[in-house]
Design a binder for this molecule. Structure first.
Ligand code: DP6
Length: 358
């Protein structure tokens, strides 16, 4: 009987509070600014990927939610698979001549998201992180999470952050080869377990402009982006990291909302302009602003922070004690029965410590 070489790993979605938007190198996926995100709970929004290597396979093949996806030569998927095979050869196989030459076998990879792709939530971050983690396990690579973060980054920039749980910074780095452009954990989820993310699915439509093409247009045309990357983000990275370490929700909330606003401002500053928010997104912003205003007036500080990626769906960060109140608030303004929310409105706690493992 022949040996089966197979491994399964999963990785959660992460939602940025300091947004990555812009590449200085589109092939290596090196960003124009550092970013910071919160990795969601392993149980809720995640991708699970199984990889198998076998000498009988004739080509590398990927199935996404059961449907075959093309692996374009030289494309992002091919790059990640190539890098991991290269590492297998350079480490395990070179060191131990008796180790099976898995780097020479084709792989079959099957990846599933436990959330509907139609929910309009980004799956490339969890997808590439799970793919890289599963191949690393299949190949028994003796490498650090940093190395895997660098490889995942070449699949999708934001994926480099999903290799870690908790609060995660992607440091833009300075080397042209990308060797220092990787994610690090600022604090584990257990440091501030009271922080939760409430995902409000406003629309499950496929977004108009993809992150990849949208951010490239912004780099080419937006003067505001230059100001953002030079004069704004570096200080915000420091301030929000400090706020996380000190569990200072007021500062965390203020910076999170300001950065979401500026990201959407640079999208609007792009030629032609990119609009990711819709009327419901803007109405949710108004509700959260008013909710915080009343709370501040009562001397209770900020209670919630909204943030939006390249689409209309809101993510609201809040402390556990306020979740019930916020859900009631949102549902009272946007009753689901009338179809304002096409999908469900769910609360997802952020979290697991080490995500990229079986
Ligand atoms: C708005 O990581 O999807 O969600 O590197 O081209 O794959 P590529 O882009 P991607 O961009 C994410 C953009 C964002 C902000 C963020 O997650 O930081």
């Amino acid at each position: 009987m022949s040996t089966v070489y197979q491994a399964t790993a999963s990785a959660p979605v992460n939602i940025a509070v300091i947004k990555y938007w812009g590449k200085r190198d589109t092939k290596l996926i090196l960003p124009t600014n550092s970013s910071l995100s919160v990795t969601l709970d392993q149980d809720h929004l995640r991708s699970t990927t199984t990889s198998r290597a076998d000498p009988s396979f004739v080509k590398d093949t990927l199935w996404l939610n059961g449907k075959e996806d093309e692996i374009k030569p030289g494309g992002r998927l091919a790059t990640c698979i190539f890098e991991l095979k290269r590492l297998r050869q350079a480490t395990v196989e070179n060191e131990d001549p008796t180790a099976p030459k898995l780097s020479t076998y084709k792989v079959h990879i099957a990846s599933y998201n436990n959330f509907p792709t139609a929910a309009g939530l980004a799956s490339s971050a969890s997808g590439f992180a799970a793919l890289v983690a599963s191949l690393a396990q299949l190949y028994a690579l003796p490498v650090s999470p940093s190395t895997l973060s660098i490889i995942a980054r070449q699949g999708s920039g934001s994926a480099c952050r999903s290799l870690y749980g908790g609060f995660v910074a992607w440091q833009e780095g300075v080397h042209p080869d990308g060797s220092d452009s990787l994610a690090i954990q600022v604090a584990p989820q257990s440091h501030w377990p009271e922080i939760h993310a409430l995902i409000c699915v406003v629309s499950d439509d496929k977004k108009g402009t993809s992150s990849t093409s949208g951010m490239q247009l912004t780099v080419e045309t937006s003067p505001l982006l230059q100001h953002r990357i030079k004069a704004v983000v570096p200080q915000r990275m420091k301030d929000i990291s400090k706020a996380i370490l000190e569990k200072d929700f007021d500062t965390f909330a203020r910076i999170t909302m300001a950065d979401s606003n500026q990201f959407h401002a640079v999208a609007l500053d792009t030629e032609p302009p990119i609009f990711y928010l819709n009327d419901v997104s803007r109405a949710i912003i108004a509700v959260i602003v008013e909710y915080n205003r009343l709370s501040l007036a009562n001397g209770q500080g900020y209670k919630a922070a909204y943030t939006y990626d390249a689409g209309p769906n809101a993510v609201i960060y809040t402390e556990e004690k306020n979740i019930k109140e916020i859900i009631q608030l949102i549902v009272s303004f946007f009753p689901q029965k009338e179809g304002t929310f096409k999908d469900n409105l769910g609360v997802f706690a952020q979290g697991a410590e080490v995500n990229a493992q079986a």
